[in-house]
Write a protein that binds this ligand. Structure first.
Ligand code: GRF
Length: 226
């Protein structure tokens, strides 16, 4: 681990309860990520994420999108705060606003998002319900870089979870969220270690960090054969 001053500077944007934020706070304090959260911004004054930041003594603020006439003006305020904090990597953690072109230009390949499905399947909202209703046997979560469209940017890492016959939207969401809390810190650490290289749509992982030897089974099959 590097010294305090060399740690990657993270800015986290959240709109809700902030359990993903919490997993990143915990991973930073455990030393599992060579990074520090230097700012948490919420667009919603009631976001639980603000309290989590406060409890962890992380600088935090609400930039309420309702106070701005346009998305460009809201984005400009967020960008300015992140630049003031010298943020190097922006983490969208349940951030329910679309990030505009200026934002993406200011932080090209330096904005990550987590999505609770295996992209490119089920982009958009309420995707745990959509995966269940579609009848998928596997779903999961995806960490990706943000690009100009919604849920389309280069994929960094994915976690797969099975869908069971007796699943409800709630049980499936909980199974996915548990993996989100493992996947996001892992993806951030790969970035912090300089192990990610974006080539077109593909994010290539430095072989020293790829751990491909851990795949003992050649495939996941659900329902599993006897
Ligand atoms: C997560 O499922 C995330 O994938 C989605 O919104 C949820 C946020 O949960 N985009 P939390 O606020 O991190 O608890």
């Amino acid at each position: 681990m590097g010294s305090g001053s060399t740690k990657l500077r993270l800015g986290v944007l959240a709109s809700g309860g902030g359990t993903n934020l919490q997993s990143i706070i915990d991973a930073c304090s455990a030393g599992d990520i060579d990074a520090q959260i230097v700012r948490v911004i919420c667009n919603n004054p009631n976001a639980g994420a603000l309290q989590r930041a406060e409890r962890a003594h992380i600088p935090n603020c609400c930039i309420n999108h309702r106070d701005f006439d346009t998305r460009t003006a809201f984005d400009a305020a967020v960008i300015s705060q992140l630049q003031q904090d010298r943020v190097e990597l922006v983490i969208l953690a349940g951030f329910m606003r679309i990030v505009g072109a200026d934002f993406i230009r200011a932080f090209t390949h330096r904005i990550m998002n987590i999505h609770p499905a295996l992209l490119p399947a089920f982009p958009g909202l309420n995707v745990q319900k959509k995966a269940l209703e579609y009848g998928a046997k596997f779903t999961g979560c995806t960490v990706h870089f943000i690009d100009a469209d919604v849920d389309t940017g280069p994929i960094i890492a994915q976690a797969v979870v099975p869908v069971f016959d007796d699943d409800t939207e709630e049980s499936l969401s909980a199974r996915i969220l548990e993996q989100e809390h493992r996947l996001y810190p892992h993806a951030i650490q790969l970035f912090a270690a300089g192990a990610l290289k974006v080539e077109g749509r593909r994010v290539l992982i430095d072989p020293a960090y790829a751990n491909t030897g851990k795949f003992h089974a050649s495939a996941l099959i659900n329902p599993p054969p006897a």
